[in-house]
Design a protein around this ligand. Structure first.
Ligand code: NAD
Length: 347
């Protein structure tokens, strides 16, 4: 087998091995898995591989990219949609192609988003623990009808649009959305678009579905939270740094935020995807959120369905084959071979 059809997979867990191996076999690609997260120390493991595969919390800063280039890496296959963890300028400097999986199952993420809303509203996490303990009292479990409530959806791309539809058509919520690009199909269904200020002022629930970029960093902050309705529910299944968690804690303590559901956290790289149950959590911000009855946190699992993992594996292998086949790669976020392509996304 040609060395070009070999790929090193960082941050590999059991489920990654299962799904990626199945797809790699179909496509004649040889994989080696390492559990280590890509960082400045572990980049040297890529020696002998032209292609590597990484996930959301692998580190792709300039120093790491420099090291990868020095050991001969030419292709970085992100097995996720977001690419905020890779320095594309550094990749461009070394002519390393970076590709991603733009969509694998927006249904998975939007369904998890609605799941967090329902669980928080009806306190299902607390009710489950009570009933297991033989406590059938209802005090403290009071929720509200989702029907007729206003949900603010920030970012109406693939996931945001599905979330808006599920809430509009399934629950009878009113949807007020904010995006730079308005979605006509959603408007025809009855979604109204407004400014961010409108979304903050009118929403009972705010759900974040925009990418992490300099302009969306700490979108939910001590400046914006006071503009929201008192008791607002905030859901973030997008990227952790959209929320300033320290500011959210203060607002939760004051009752300005009534409930918060997170699948992502700004400092999640040191926590998520690991079994840390025998250790003390040293991140005091994260630990404080865990003490709150009106906060639910899941460990970046919104994408985690069978369908999504199959799609991620197949698209990733397709990306590897097309790059090494000399065709460039249609899912590239940076690729020197298609420098002028409209498909290339600049940060
Ligand atoms: P998408 O590219 O289809 O949609 C993103 C939308 O955000 C676009 O409509 C874009 O116009 C809009 N947008 C861009 N800048 C904006 C801004 N400043 N304010 C408001 N909207 C803005 O992406 P998607 O597939 O729907 O994914 C959305 C987010 O979900 C991404 O950040 C991705 O990283 C995250 N995600 C999380 C998981 C998970 O498991 N938790 C899985 C997949 C994706």
């Amino acid at each position: 087998m040609s060395t070009e059809h070999k790929m090193l997979v960082f941050s590999a867990r059991e489920y990654d091995r299962e799904f990626l191996t199945k797809s790699a076999k179909k496509n004649g690609i040889e994989l080696k898995f390492v559990e280590a997260r890509l960082d400045e120390e572990t980049a040297r493991l890529a020696e002998g591989y032209k292609a590597i595969c990484i996930f959301v919390n692998d580190l792709g800063n300039e120093a790491v990219i420099d090291k990868l280039a020095s050991v001969g890496v030419k292709f970085i296959a992100l097995r996720c949609a977001g690419f905020n963890n890779v320095d594309l300028k550094a990749a461009e400097k070394h002519k390393i192609c970076v590709a991603r999986v733009p969509a694998y199952s927006p249904y998975a993420v939007s369904e998890h988003t609605v799941g967090l809303m329902l669980a928080l509203n009806r306190k299902i996490h607390r009710a489950h623990m009570r009933v297991r303990d033989g406590n059938f009292a209802l005090n403290g479990l009071l929720g509200f009808d989702m029907h007729g409530k206003t949900v603010g959806v920030i970012g109406t791309g693939r996931i945001g649009a599905l979330t808006a539809k599920a809430l509009l058509l399934g629950f009878g919520c009113k949807i007020i959305a904010y995006d730079k690009f308005e979605n006509d199909e959603l408007k025809d269904l009855g979604v109204t678009y407004g400014s961010l200020e409108d979304v903050y002022a009118k929403s009972d629930i705010i759900s974040l579905h925009c990418p992490l970029m300099p302009e969306t960093y700490h979108l939910v902050s001590s400046e914006t939270i006071p503009k929201m309705k008192k008791g607002v529910m905030i859901i973030n299944t997008s990227r952790g740094a959209l929320i300033d968690a320290a500011a959210a804690i203060e607002a939760l303590k004051a009752g300005q935020i009534g409930a918060m559901g997170l699948d992502v956290y700004e400092e999640e790289a040191d926590l998520f995807f690991e079994d840390l149950s025998n250790r003390v959590i040293t991140d005091d911000v994260f630990a404080r959120m865990l003490t709150m009855p009106n906060v639910i946190i899941t460990g970046h699992q919104a994408y985690f369905t069978r369908e999504a993992l199959n799609n991620i594996a197949d698209t990733t292998m397709g990306n590897v084959l097309s790059f090494f086949g000399g065709k460039g790669c249609e899912n590239a976020v940076f690729c020197d071979r298609i420098r002028k392509s409209k498909r290339m996304i600049k940060k």
